[in-house]
Design a protein around this ligand. Structure first.
Ligand code: NAP
Length: 278
């Protein structure tokens, strides 16, 4: 079993012994710092890539379409002295996911962490107004993509497969518990399945050196709202949120990078709300 990722974190570890680089409790275990972030080129994924690199992770940045965003971010990561490369893949396509993990194997010689961040919403609608293609797309990207990537990660991280352990963090949404009536119950249902997957997979691989957790963001100021036809959503709803503001991607990244780190060594199967009390 991997050692570092499951070793109880002692006070001395927090102070530096075994907690990664230079006593940084958010640093990956020494020699186990290869991370893949899906949808890593912008939004919450990009904030996660930046923060992870600042704490010592080498990062493979997956993107679907926005090649230039991903390349610019990879340059930022390299400027921090970390390894980075970009890999195009549609996470809803099983063959592309397999090829993406093989590309990570070739570039990094292995994998120690996965952030299943790629996700999409669609325009506000009731279920009885949604077409089949939309429903399929919501499930394929938000749920099937997470399942394919988590499976490929377990095949590399688990001691059952000769791996050295590692951590998986899945991006869910508070929609999973609110249900998003009148907006996107399809998305909400897919994210609820991501929560369940995170709990079940965590238990499945707990004795194999792999931790699995989910993060449920609330309303975060990214382009996802414009992609759902509501570019003004954050400004419109901010005052009605419990903290009277939306969150920013960096606030979600803090939770993700903590869950990846040895500081979260006994946290697995958790679903962590980062939603400003929403
Ligand atoms: P975003 O700004 O819209 O970025 C989405 C990212 O996912 C992009 O990097 C995009 O790649 C990638 N992506 C989309 N479809 C993909 C596919 N089929 N294969 C691979 N990558 C794909 O979204 P975000 O707000 O950062 O959201 C990130 C995650 O947090 C999502 O899972 C989302 O559901 C979740 N979340 C967000 C909020 C929020 O309020 N922002 C709230 C709750 C949950 P390209 O750049 O190449 O297009």
């Amino acid at each position: 079993m991997s050692a570092d990722l499951h070793r109880p974190l002692s006070t001395s570890a927090m102070a530096g012994a075994g907690a990664g680089v230079c006593g940084d409790p958010l640093a990956p275990p020494a020699g186990a710092n290869r991370l893949l972030v899906t949808g890593g080129g912008r939004g919450i994924g990009a904030a996660t890539v930046r923060l992870a690199a600042q704490h010592g992770w080498d990062v493979a940045i997956n993107y679907a379409q926005r090649h230039d965003d991903a390349e610019r971010l990879a340059d930022e990561v390299r400027a921090l002295g970390r390894r980075a490369f970009t890999v195009q893949a549609d996470v809803a396509d099983e063959a592309q996911v397999i090829a993406m993990f093989e590309a990570v194997d070739r570039a990094f010689g292995g994998l120690d962490g996965l952030v299943n961040n790629a996700g999409v919403v669609d325009v506000n609608a009731r279920l009885d107004e949604m077409g089949g293609a939309r429903l399929r797309r919501m499930v394929d990207i938000n749920l099937m993509g997470t399942l394919y990537c988590a499976r490929e990660a377990v095949r590399r991280l688990s001691t059952r497969h000769g791996g050295a352990g590692g951590a998986i963090v899945n991006l869910s949404s508070v929609a999973a518990r609110l249900g998003s009536p009148g907006s996107y119950v399809d998305y909400a249902a897919a994210k609820a399945a991501v929560d369940t997957l995170s709990i079940g997979l965590a238990r499945e691989v707990a004795a194999e050196g792999v931790r699995v957790n989910a993060v449920r963001p609330g309303i975060i100021d990214t382009e996802i709202h414009a992609s759902g036809g509501q570019p003004d959503r954050v400004a419109r709803v901010a005052a009605s949120l419990p903290m009277q503001r939306a969150g920013v991607a960096e606030e979600v990244a803090q939770a993700v990078v903590w869950l990846l780190s040895p500081a979260a060594s006994y946290t697995s199967g958790a679903v962590l709300d980062v939603s400003g009390a929403r």
